[in-house]
Design a protein around this ligand. Sequence first.
Ligand SMILES: Cc1cc2nc3c(=O)[nH]c(=O)nc-3n(C[C@H](O)[C@H](O)[C@H](O)COP(=O)(O)O)c2cc1C
Length: 151
Amino acid sequence: MCFVVNYLIYVSQARPALDQADLDSILSTSRAYNTEKDITGMLLFVAGRDGKRGSFMQLLEGSAEELEALRKRIFADPRHHTKLVLEKGTKPQRDFADWSMAFRSVVAGDLAAHAGFADIGTEAFQQRCEAGEVHRSLAFMCDFWSSDAEA
Ligand SMILES: Cc1cc2nc3c(=O)[nH]c(=O)nc-3n(C[C@H](O)[C@H](O)[C@H](O)COP(=O)(O)O)c2cc1C
């Protein structure tokens, strides 16, 4: 099989009080920059509940060099912290070829049907990430996007 695209998936914790204006700003920057650099992907924001901060999960697709340059920019951004790369590698094709950055904002309950990812943003999930026990995040992002798009 011929592998043509690099990808990277990470999770992070949003800074406290991150609001819709922050999300709008992140998305407009992303869509301009990613289009220019031929990067595609999906950003998932899980809103915090009961005063807890939200979480991000993001899939980036593109050339290895551009992904690493973008990862450094994103990881230096004070709007989130505790960033952890879950998965990186190559795959045969882009799953989000039409999206400079697809976006979904959900509450944790919306993830309940997705075993293993229901608890994104919790300390338990973070510990499982650090222990390398979170797999299949690429399949999760794609399944989540297509199931949600159908709803
Ligand atoms: C969760 C999250 C995801 C982001 N995703 C992207 C992205 O896909 N593309 C992008 O250009 N910037 C993205 N950003 C914004 C960058 O972190 C950064 O603010 C932007 O690239 C401008 O960088 P500069 O201030 O160094 O010029 C993201 C920020 C956050 C918090």
